[in-house]
Ligand binder design. Structure first.
Ligand code: DC
Length: 220
């Protein structure tokens, strides 16, 4: 099995890039952020506070998360659209700090990665989920640029959120993701870092695919 890990802060373009690279390399793409978002969505729907670990554990016990054709399903329903709001971004970041949530989702991620070759993106793929991944990348971009990209994306989907609100959301999540106790966002020592502030999507996809193919050719 080939495992490719792409980690980095929110809005660095990981999912768009990972999806395109997966197509080029003929492997499946798994968006682990979507899994935390799905749990965050259910947490909000059931009015569960992230501090209430008992209620969260109970909820996780009756929660099913799957990927079908690259889309995230929560308890059998496609929630791809509902999870992409600032409200659910915040809920995802909150529940990602809870041990029981991480344990459950990391187990699901490892199971998927043992069944097939994947590109998985997230925060702790190279440092925790697949420490032994053959290829690791750490994708960054300046916060203002990441907020601009998210703003454009939401506008294109007809959702009206101010740029300031998004920038604040990006910065808050960066802080929470890098400062949390459990598996904080951090570059793996053996990951290749790519700063995409001044690069377009195709350039980043090319850099990742070229680096993987070169290393494969080298190993032959
Ligand atoms: O990549 P994203 O913005 O969709 O992720 C949503 C949240 O989930 C984010 O705040 C961090 C968290 N997350 C995580 O803790 N570990 C992962 N592997 C992926 C996401």
């Amino acid at each position: 099995m080939i495992r490719i890990a792409i980690d980095g802060p929110s809005g660095a373009g990981k999912s768009t890039i990972a999806k395109k690279a997966a197509e080029k390399l003929h492997v499946d793409y798994i968006d682990t952020g979507a899994m935390y978002r799905a749990v965050g969505l259910k947490m909000r729907r059931e009015n569960i506070q992230p501090e209430d670990e008992k209620a969260l554990k109970d909820m996780l016990g009756r929660t099913e998360i799957n990927f079908i054709d690259g889309k995230i399903y929560l308890d059998g329903r496609d929630v791809e659209k509902e999870i992409r709001t600032p409200e659910i971004s915040a809920a995802a970041s909150e529940c990602a700090q809870v041990g029981a949530v991480r344990e459950k989702l990391v187990a699901v991620q490892r199971k998927i990665g043992h069944e097939k070759s994947v590109i998985m993106d997230g925060r702790d793929i190279g440092t925790n989920v697949f420490k032994d991944a053959q290829f690791k990348f750490y994708l960054t971009a300046e916060p203002e640029e990441r907020a601009r990209r998210r703003y454009k994306e939401l506008q294109e989907r007809g959702e009206h959120v101010s740029y300031e609100e998004i920038l604040k959301d990006v910065k808050d999540r960066d802080y929470r993701d890098t400062h949390r106790k459990l598996n904080p966002l951090k570059k793996a020592d053996d990951a290749m870092e790519i700063d995409s502030t001044n690069m377009n999507i195709e350039e980043v996809v090319d850099e990742i695919c070229t680096s993987i193919l070169e290393r494969c050719n080298h190993a032959q």
